[in-house]
Design a protein around this ligand. Sequence first.
Ligand SMILES: Nc1ncnc2c1ncn2[C@@H]1O[C@H](COP(=O)(O)OP(=O)(O)OP(=O)(O)O)[C@@H](O)[C@H]1O
Ligand SMILES: [Mg+2]
Length: 436
Amino acid sequence: MGYDFNTAVADIVDNSIEAEANNIWITVKFEGAASWVTIADDGAGMDAKTLVTAMTYGAERDYDVDSLGRFGLGLKTASTSQCRCLTVASRTNPRRGTIAIRQWDLDYIDRSNDWDLIILERQECPLQLLAPLQTHTGTVVLWERLDRIIEYKHPEGEAARKRILQMCRELESHLRMVFHRFLDGSARKGKLKIFINGNQIEPWDPFARGEPNTQALDALEFQVPAHGAVSLVRFEPYILPHRSRFSTIKAFEDSTGPDKWNRQQGFYIYRADRMIQSGGWCGLRTLDEHTKLARIALSFSPKLDAEFKINVAKMRVHLPAELRKSVEEALAPIIRAAQLEYRQGGKEGAGIRGGENSPVSRAQPVRKPHQNGHTPDYGSSHGPSDSNTWTLTALRDRLMAVANEKEQQVLRRLFERLDETLGGSRSMHTRKGDVE
Ligand SMILES: Nc1ncnc2c1ncn2[C@@H]1O[C@H](COP(=O)(O)OP(=O)(O)OP(=O)(O)O)[C@@H](O)[C@H]1O
Ligand SMILES: [Mg+2]
């Protein structure tokens, strides 16, 4: 199915969000071969009948339009991609402490050659399965016999322990990113809280919108036909500041993202506010150092699942053919703005190059004011670094706006040549006082 530890946990978290949980507690416990993982929530929970359906592979269910689930598989496939034994305990009644418990044990299935869903009584269960449900409704998913996680000859050894620690760090980066709209409260009423081994995680905003020099360019909406109607895809481009124009070195480093700047450029694709893809250009462009500051949020509704070809692990989508051309056209000015920020920021940064860690550069981020005091008309709420450059960018956009389709093609080619010439002649860009 293509899961790894992070995407598998995220698929379980999806279920908790759908059950309207406000808190999700993830515990990863290293105990050698007996290591375990729990994902507990305070959502609506499931009664015994619902739990049996939930444990059934591909059980049919109606989904709301903004539902995070889709296939009726995630709970089982994500879990067994990481462990040999999956146990789920769930409580629906806030006043009565009844808990339904079911288990898939792959070793038992291997031995018996029967797909028996095991019913467990409370007294047969470990504390970590029941304790989170003592005071409220919710669900606990327990993974044991972590065959994909603890693969070491010596599962009690230091290497296995270190691996688990590293996995927890990576999990935190992944969940901060994938669920940032839920964690910051923008996806729905109230902020979701996620804890890993007791520590609450903070949302990670890929667009560094808290930074004064981040540029929010004009958002667009594209219509995609689906099931006899049209559904909207929202396109929100951002140009992150060059390193030298971040408020602090720490803010710059925090914005890097789990895969670092170069691989984090491109599209951030959200389905029902949950991030499916982080970075990359969906085959429309290649990753390029000069455009690494461009990040674009692309949000679609589950009504377009078929068009986006979402996969079970919810970690891959394809841009629908109907959308590719419009998105490609919309990219041109964004790419130029990103290249410009990269070059201009580079020039500003020249003064502190090599002194990145010096106290001066840490304490005083470099920021240029507008030179002529007027606001550029490039759909950005934040200022440019160089008014001459803005004029040229605005001119390009105006030319594109008045040109017909054929003329636009010629213009695009000319702009590309111009960019190549400028990008190619490094000496020109590092010369003091040089402007585009
Ligand atoms: N934490 C939970 N709280 C309440 N109900 C849950 C929870 N986890 C799973 N369920 C129920 O179990 C069902 C099956 O979950 P599963 O993840 O296997 O499939 P899905 O979410 O419907 O679809 P997908 O395969 O796309 O994830 C869910 O539809 C939901 O009704
Ligand atoms: Mg699911």
